[in-house]
Write a protein that binds this ligand. Structure first.
Ligand code: XMP
Length: 316
């Protein structure tokens, strides 16, 4: 990966990628799966430069996004000149993962729902090409079997044609720092180029084990708090995770048996390795206090000090 980083020529990469997309799509149409993250946005902009109005961007609301994220992202992408549709697939995704407890099963069912929804969106506009923002770290982890990635099919032996799609992955050989360089080169705003990575399956994999709407809402509220309180820290990622079990606590001197939240704040360059960030104790205490006070049902907050490896960044 470091070889790519040191020899990376942004201008010629863009020129080549634009030509490649044009050569593949020809006179046909394509959709671009957009999450608002830097990887998918850069991919969509490259495709837009390549095929212009024959590209339709699609933002899938799977119900596992952060608060107000769908509306915010769609507006942001429109301001970049992309023609974006917001697809509300919350029910479909929830049905797909309801009752599942195993991390890999959850990820696989999410991936299946993701491509089903995109397939429908593509066929509605008469497209068979799907542009997606898969990057090298996603591919490496999926191929090594560390975890199923929501946006990796071909490299793990699956055929996108099963969904009636051909995938185009302009960034599949790049790591995050190069993608951020591309974003700057393409003139994307800092809200995009510096955006904190958020996993494709979103809050689904930040509820460890079986997911319920109540648990998703708990982790969503805690996410607001962690993001607010860590804004100034410049961490690679900072987020809460709702753990599986419950613990004893007390509220107003009465027994409260409730949920446990772990806070994960890491430094990383490219997500391949990461270190747990040293956080001022006052910040951690404030996060814990706010979560206990503002997120009903949570009685305990922990800080994860494990590096990657051996832990991964996400818990699932
Ligand atoms: P892990 O947990 O594998 O995460 O150390 C490495 C980076 O990838 C993000 N992540 C994902 N991104 N689809 C994605 O697009 C996924 O399925 C996925 N799983 C993890 C994670 O947030 C971190 O930045």
């Amino acid at each position: 990966m470091s070889e790519v980083r040191f020899t990376f020529d942004v201008a010629s990469f863009v020129r080549r990628a634009v030509e490649e997309v044009k050569a593949i799509v020809g006179d046909e149409k394509a959709i671009a799966a957009c999450s608002g993250g830097v990887d998918s946005t850069v991919s969509a902009i490259i495709a837009k430069l390549s095929i212009g109005d024959k590209l339709k961007a699609v933002y899938v609301d799977d119900g596992f996004r952060r608060r107000s994220e769908p509306e915010y992202v769609v507006e942001l992408l429109r301001r970049l000149g992309l023609n974006v549709a917001l697809v509300d697939a919350k029910e479909e995704f929830y049905e797909a993962v309801r009752g599942l407890k195993d991390a890999e099963e959850k990820r696989k069912e999410f991936r299946h729902a993701f491509y089903k929804v995109l397939s429908k969106a593509a066929h509605e506009v008469g497209a068979r090409f799907l542009v997606q923002g898969t990057i090298a770290s996603d591919v490496v982890e999926a191929v090594k079997g560390v975890k199923t990635q929501h946006n990796v099919l071909v490299q793990v032996g699956l055929d996108p044609r099963a969904y009636g799609l051909e995938v185009i992955e302009p960034l599949k050989e790049l790591y995050k720092p190069q993608v951020r360089e591309l974003a700057d080169y393409l003139g994307l705003p800092p809200e995009i180029s510096n955006r904190m990575p958020f996993p494709g399956p979103g809050l689904l994999i930040r509820v460890v084990g079986g997911v319920t709407l109540e648990k998703v809402e708990i982790v969503r509220k805690a996410t607001d708090i962690v993001e607010e309180e860590t804004k100034g820290l410049k961490a690679f990622q900072a987020f809460p995770v709702l753990l599986k079990g419950k613990a004893t606590g007390m509220v107003n001197w009465r027994r409260a048996y409730g949920y446990i939240i772990a806070i994960r704040i890491v430094e990383s360059e490219d997500a391949m390795t990461a270190s747990a960030k040293e956080i001022p104790y006052g910040v951690l205490k404030r996060i814990a206090k706010r979560i206990i006070e503002e997120v009903p049902g949570v009685v305990r907050v922990l800080y994860d000090v494990t590096d990657k490896p051996p832990a991964t960044i996400e818990f699932e």
